[in-house]
Design a binder for this molecule. Structure first.
Ligand SMILES: *Cc1c(COP(=O)(O)O)cnc(C)c1O
Length: 343
């Protein structure tokens, strides 16, 4: 796999912006190089543009070299960087398999990248033949989401491996992998240069507000993305908070255990309710639930009770489906009571 053949020519040739922090990296008592304020607020200096301390902590935790990691202002920024690094607008296409996360298509649209839609088959299985047939000489990226939003279904590792034989970048968005029953793409990184795994601190780590996403991939892919990212894309407060969270990993583990424990309980109870037709098996922190009634009506009914869920019924294969996040035990019980009273 020649990464250079996938990359946009102008990005390959690009001379990146060199920040004050790039040009001076030693120790100094007097910093007059970046037009910062000299007055100490604790935050008056620009942050490390390469987030070395945070990356080192993540590298250790994930057992991946630092050179294979890029951090972004949320995964959403990383999705945008992927389009800008690999797709010439109006020419190079990507493959998206609905129902899935909406940001791939929105970001493709913003970047004027054509989309080849390959809808999932009944039972939310990837249409493997459809994907293979959709790949052409202008295809640059396939987006997979595992476990998938909004279905909660994981892409089997065998299917990821099969798609990795195609001459395109295979992006596996693992925003919910923390809740899954099996490990995902991280173990395949070494063997496949065209694999990029994306994860986030927004879900299991409880840090949606800090905006921190990570992508793991081939060194050459990562260095292309790093070259075009805004220099200070991950701010100092975010870096500090994430370092603290990683140092306190037991908290994260206990939250994940609490959610996956609630997941089994909630599924069993939901399945007994007359308003519920089907609760799809989920390896994430939410359920896709098919209602026996109009999902829009159930949605508004819950909203009146102060409970907001996501109506996914316009999505492919998701007729009358709501996506319901797993909350605390108390919240889940309130949801169940409200649904029980629906008529
Ligand atoms: C929530 C979510 C993300 C997280 O995005 P951030 O920008 O990191 O908050 C990424 N992908 C999917 C599929 C998600 O559902």
């Amino acid at each position: 796999m020649d990464i250079k053949k996938l990359a946009r020519p102008n990005v390959l040739a690009l001379e990146p912006y060199s920040s004050a922090r790039d040009e001076f990296q030693g120790e100094a008592n007097i910093c007059l190089d970046a037009n910062e304020s000299p007055f100490n607020t604790g935050l008056n200096r620009y942050p490390d543009p390469y987030q070395k301390e945070l990356k080192k902590a993540i590298a250790t935790m994930q057992n991946v070299p630092m050179e294979r990691i890029i951090l972004g202002n949320g995964s959403d920024e990383l999705i945008d960087l992927l389009f800008r690094a690999f797709c010439v607008p109006g020419i190079h296409n990507c493959i998206i398999c609905p129902p899935t996360y909406g940001m791939y298509a929105v970001s493709a649209g913003i970047n004027d990248v054509p989309i080849q839609w390959v809808p999932q088959l009944d039972g939310f299985a990837l249409d493997m033949n459809g994907i293979r047939n959709a790949v052409n000489q202008d295809t640059r990226i396939i987006f997979l989401c595992s476990p998938n939003n909004p279905t909660g279904k994981r892409v089997p590792n065998e299917q990821i491996k099969e798609l990795l034989t195609l001459p395109v970048l295979v992006v596996v968005d693992e925003a919910y992998i923390d809740f899954a029953n099996e490990l995902g793409g991280m173990a395949m990184l070494e063997a496949h240069r065209n694999l990029l795994v994306m994860q986030t601190f927004s879900k299991a780590w409880g840090l949606a507000a800090v905006r921190l996403g990570a992508a793991y991939g081939d060194e050459e892919v990562i260095s292309l993305l790093t070259k075009i990212k805004p220099p200070y894309n991950v701010n100092e407060l975010t870096q500090q908070v994430a370092l603290r969270a990683i140092a306190n990993k037991d908290q994260y583990l206990s939250w994940v255990a609490a959610i996956t424990g609630q997941r089994d309980v909630l599924k069993n109870i939901l399945e007994t309710l007359p308003v519920v037709d089907e609760v799809f098996e989920s390896e994430a922190n939410f359920f896709l639930v098919r209602m026996t009634h109009d999902a829009g009506r159930v949605y508004h009914y819950l909203q009146q009770k102060g409970i907001v869920v996501r109506n996914r019924s316009t999505q492919h294969l998701c007729d009358n489906c709501l996506r319901i996040t797993i909350g605390t035990m108390e919240e889940n019980l309130e949801l169940v009571e409200a649904l029980r009273q629906f008529n």
